[in-house]
Design a protein around this ligand. Structure first.
Ligand SMILES: Cc1ncc(COP(=O)(O)O)c(C=O)c1O
Length: 392
């Protein structure tokens, strides 16, 4: 069997490791712990959305949709880009509906990157981007975001670009740090894309989850970037339906043409009835999006207060729904060991910071909590942390 394992293991998978986030979810289930590790909501999806999905199934929207997305959804996505950002997007030529932004990202990379092209990634990173680059045989170039503001050094970023750079992958608002890139930072990033003739592939899945003064600026809206931006987003976070697997990619027509072909071969299409439901969701009134933000602001406050009381140091995230906590303030140094002890003895699951770094030891002083949970869940987790952390 060992021999077979080697013979039948493709070299491109050699660097893949099992997701620690999913491992923590399994451990949380085993120990009956509150799961603040994996970023999925434990509260219901909006009624209007569930009704729209049930209606779409009853209406027999049950066969393949057009491979690049049902027309009502593409029109709704285009309308949303105009409504939220004043961006004109051609629903016929510039949108591909995918199985979540996960598929959108890999389809975008497979459609644009050749073997040995370089892809620039910020570190800490969302864990899919590195393997996505590997699946295209592209080379990863990392650039550090440094605490407390998770800013980058422009010279370091510039040094990561070269004539071999095909794209930079940006995630804004950012998982795991909660950073929202400022207009100045975005201009520096896009300036390098223009200088080095590179694409910006931007994962904007948390576009509607920002706090206080922080404002999401889509890369495609920046000067001269419309032709070299591939925007990936999805219904997963905005409508609390991570299991529906409906996402989209917005890109200029010639890039969209390639992405659509890759997408067709990868998955044919996203779930048809759910596409019709997401089309309705995107047309929800502004109050839906305002309520989403205020509910997440309240969840953020509950978690931040508990973490501070438990002795962890953390900056308030400006967007997305994660907090990176510095465990050194509470006298710990090894995030991996702490997360394993916490899930068993404090009954709260978090993610070791090392999961978001190429060299895991660099993330050791951090652990990540997510707060896409009911207020009660967060309050219960808070009590457990305040009581339990000091006993470890
Ligand atoms: C930054 C980021 N991108 C993509 C995803 C996955 O998105 P989707 O459910 O649309 O595939 C997640 C999920 O946590 C995420 O945090």
């Amino acid at each position: 069997m060992e021999k077979n394992a080697d013979r039948f293991r493709a070299a491109r998978t050699a660097g893949f490791t099992e997701s620690v986030i999913r491992e923590m979810t399994r451990l949380a289930l085993r120990h009956g712990a509150v799961n603040l590790a994996q970023g999925f909501p434990d509260f219901p999806a909006p009624e209007a959305l569930k009704e729209a999905a049930a209606r779409a199934i009853a209406d027999d929207r049950n066969q393949y949709a057009v491979t690049w997305g049902a027309e009502p959804l593409r029109r709704a996505i285009a309308a949303a880009y105009m409504r939220f950002y004043g961006l004109e997007v051609d629903a016929d030529a510039e949108i591909t509906v995918t199985c979540g932004s996960t598929e959108g990202m890999i389809a975008a990379l497979l459609a644009t990157a050749n073997p040995d092209d370089e892809v620039v990634l910020f570190e800490p990173f969302y864990e899919n981007y590195g393997p996505d680059a590997d699946l295209c045989s592209a080379r990863r170039r990392y650039v550090r975001l440094r605490p407390p503001d998770w800013t980058f050094d422009l010279e370091e970023l510039r040094a990561a670009f070269s004539p071999k750079t095909k794209a930079i992958i940006l995630n804004n608002p950012h998982n795991p740090t909660g950073k929202v890139f400022t207009a100045d930072e975005l201009m520096q990033i896009t300036g390098l894309c223009l200088e080095f003739d590179a694409l910006c592939i931007t994962d904007e899945i948390y576009e509607h989850i920002t706090y206080g003064e922080a404002m999401h600026i889509p890369v495609a809206a920046l000067p001269w970037m419309r032709d070299r931006t591939v925007t990936v987003s999805s219904a997963s976070k905005t409508f609390s339906v991570t299991g529906w697997r409906v996402g989209w990619v917005v890109a200029p027509p010639e890039i969209t043409a390639s992405i659509r072909k890759v997408h067709d071969f990868l998955t044919v299409g996203a779930p048809a009835p759910l596409q019709y439901a997401v089309a309705e969701a995107l047309a929800l009134p502004d109050s839906y999006f305002e309520d989403l933000r205020s509910a997440y602001s309240r969840r953020r406050e509950i978690l931040l207060k508990a973490l501070q009381e438990a002795g962890l140091a953390c900056a308030a995230p400006e967007g997305a729904y994660y907090v990176m906590a510095d465990i050194r303030a509470a006298g710990f140094g090894d995030g991996d060991g702490l997360c394993r002890a916490m899930v068993e003895r404090v009954l709260v699951a978090a993610v070791p910071g090392g999961s978001f770094f190429q060299n895991k030891s660099e993330g050791a002083p951090w652990i990540r909590f997510c707060f896409c949970k009911k207020y009660e869940t967060l309050e219960a987790a808070g009590r457990l942390l305040v009581e339990g952390l000091r006993k470890i």
